[in-house]
Design a protein around this ligand. Structure first.
Ligand code: Z5A
Length: 209
């Protein structure tokens, strides 16, 4: 496997991506590795404005096409401003959601043709793919229940069927791409993190044994 320096975390709502990606980031810092943690949408200043439009601005209605292009725009800026410079500076980049989210939500969830999404992802990322992706898989009901305790955003208000299609698209992606490692997101937090550490210790050199 190519050395993992660009690692993404993916999964349905409430699957534990933020929890696990931040734990990995903190472990890397603890071990003295140069690392950054970032997320999509909203990893840049302009991205935070885009995030608000996409997720929780009550006065904004977006067509599915506009939504799709805003996610792509957020990502293009995120790469230009944060991800590429960090990778060029030799840092490990941990990113909470990236291009697979667009495939899962806008193709799986919204129903855009997958070939078009793959082409848009390719264009908006300039071909920058993660070296490794951890997919936290949870049954849709569990993820939504975890997310329900907080202020809900536009996606969390979608139907259970929408979220089941998102989950299935993620699993289809994982089947077709060995970059994606599927983890049981319904296991306890510490257990999942141990699986991540063991995977990294066995497959790349960014974590000490
Ligand atoms: N979206 C899109 O459509 N297209 C795109 O291209 C992109 C995104 C990039 C972004 O919201 C929304 O945008 C997202 C997809 C869409 N849909 N939604 N909603 P976001 O990133 O801000 O929201 P999210 O991804 O859904 O994050 P989240 O709800 O915060 O979930 P999470 O990061 O996977 O989970 P968490 O914050 O780590 O944990 C949630 C709660 O569960 C928390 O209380 C934890 O303590 C608890 N938790 C975590 N792990 C466990 C375990 N293992 N057991 C028990 N409890 C746990």
């Amino acid at each position: 496997m190519k050395e993992a320096v660009f690692i993404t975390f993916e999964g349905p709502d409430g699957s534990g991506k933020t929890t696990q990606s931040k734990m990995l980031y903190e472990e890397l810092l603890r071990q003295g590795r140069p690392a950054i943690w970032t997320r999509e949408p909203g990893g840049t200043k302009s991205g935070r404005k885009i995030r608000s439009m996409l997720l929780d601005d009550p006065g904004v209605e977006l067509s599915p096409e506009t939504e799709l292009f805003l996610f792509a725009a957020d990502r293009a800026q995120h790469i230009a401003e944060i991800i590429r410079p960090a990778l060029d500076a030799g840092k490990i980049v941990i990113c909470d959601r990236y291009m697979d989210s667009t495939t899962a939500y806008q193709s799986g969830g919204r129903g855009f043709p997958v070939e078009m999404i793959v082409a848009l992802n390719e264009y908006s990322t300039g071909g920058l793919r993660p070296d490794l992706t951890f997919l936290l898989d949870v049954p849709s009901g569990i993820g939504l229940k975890r997310a329900a305790g907080r202020k809900t955003d536009k996606f969390e208000q979608e139907s259970l069927v929408f979220h089941q299609r998102v989950r299935q698209k993620y699993l289809d992606l994982a089947q077709s791409d060995s970059r994606i490692v599927v983890l049981d997101g319904s296991a306890p937090i510490k257990t999942i993190f141990q699986v991540i550490l063991t995977y990294l210790q066995n497959n790349c050199s960014i974590i000490n044994k």
